[in-house]
Design a protein around this ligand. Structure first.
Ligand SMILES: [Ca+2]
Length: 374
């Protein structure tokens, strides 16, 4: 009798264990993502292999997938990121969730491009967007309240538009003013024409008025540009810009107030009296197709579309002292690179607009630890 009772208890424990093991195993797929942030191993030569590092030391992390031609990133906080998509939608990515905030205006071939938060965004909620409309390229200021985007005012309009060469990067400088890069709108003569807003870098105050000490008494800050799409300031507050050249001869320029950057008379490092040559150019048979740019610890990092790379230009005394190509072809075409408040790089790919070869999950927002660039 006693033996039988013990046997029953043993069988009972065994069955209970079997149920627990089976249950745990069958739910494995749903349990794991709850405990570990889903972390896709990225197929890159220099990427950190899975298993080599602790789980919390993530060096490359895909933050969002299935984006549609994303163009610019802005950080509301460490874990809340805005993304503009060229088709006209604005997204917010929080904890891996993607929310659609708004559809912005009708757009042409350019679309919704640049985005910048007002330096005092936390108080005034002002968000600036650069977009192509049916008439022009323009910058509009909105108030972003929770997930509502409320139009506030047109900051600048009548920037010539075209199928290509719409410029589109906007950024607040260390002087507190808004800089706007515009393309030549496929009319090369406009870049030298000081009565046109095409092919320029503009400088505006927060309301869209021109800054009093702008060089020509209007919105223009520099001219003779073809299609600049990257703006970044170094630690000495020098403004740098990337610019698409004509078949190769892409440029990295040091932007100075009132200067002429040569297009269409000169390109790349060609020289002409009264015109500024690029500090660095891609060469005569190589194309970066450079777009977004950011500065971090002595280097400018900029995105390459055609070049499918992140380019690093180390700078000293307003000159480039070293040039390094990172992640070549690892992610495809890259539209932008930004530095987050967490001092991590965030890049967006540009493989879904018909010019690239989309990979699984494209387009993506990817976080990269800057230590991988050492
Ligand atoms: Ca030039």
């Amino acid at each position: 009798m006693k033996k039988k009772k013990i046997l029953n208890i043993i069988i009972g424990i065994f069955l209970l264990l079997a149920i627990l093991v089976w249950g745990g195993y069958s739910m494995k797929g749903s349990i794991i993502p709850l405990f570990f942030r889903v972390q896709e191993p990225v197929d890159v030569d220099r990427g950190v292999k899975k298993g080599e590092k602790e789980v919390d030391e993530i060096d490359i992390e895909i933050i969002a997938e299935d984006l549609e031609v994303p163009w610019e990133i802005a950080f509301l906080s460490d874990d809340s990121i805005l993304i503009s998509q060229r088709g006209g939608s604005l997204l917010r990515v929080s904890s891996g969730e993607i929310e659609s905030i708004a559809e912005v205006r009708s757009v042409g071939e350019g679309g919704l491009l640049g985005m910048a938060l007002h330096p005092d965004f936390s108080n005034n909620n002002f968000l600036y967007l650069y977009m192509t409309t049916n008439e022009d390229n323009r910058v509009i200021r909105y108030r972003l309240e929770n997930n509502d985007l409320i139009e506030d005012r047109v900051i600048i309009s009548e920037i010539p538009k075209a199928k290509f060469h719409n410029g589109g990067r906007i950024a607040f400088g260390p002087d507190g003013y808004l800089y706007v890069s515009t393309g030549d709108a496929q009319n090369t003569q406009l870049s030298q024409d000081l009565s046109s807003l095409a092919g320029k870098i503009l400088r505006l105050d927060e309301n869209g008025d021109y800054v009093e000490d702008n060089p020509f008494g209007d919105h223009i800050y520099s001219y003779g540009h073809r299609n600049p799409q990257g703006l970044a300031w170094d630690s000495e507050d020098n403004l740098w810009s990337t610019e698409h050249g004509p078949t190769a001869q892409d440029e990295l320029n040091l932007i100075k107030k009132g200067k002429n950057y040569g297009w269409p008379t000169i390109s790349g490092d060609e020289k002409r009296e009264g015109m500024e040559s690029a500090v660095l150019q891609s060469g005569y048979d190589y194309t970066w197709a450079p777009s977004g740019m950011t500065y971090f610890k002595g280097s400018l990092y900029f995105a390459g579309l055609r070049g499918q790379s992140i380019y690093e230009a180390k700078i000293e005394e307003k000159d480039v002292v070293d040039f390094i190509v990172h992640f070549k072809e690892d992610f495809g075409r890259i539209r932008s690179i930004n530095l987050g408040p967490d001092e991590m790089f965030y890049i967006i790919t540009n493989n879904t607009d018909g010019r690239g070869s989309p990979r699984e999950g494209d387009d993506k927002l990817i976080k990269i630890n800057p230590r991988l660039f050492k």
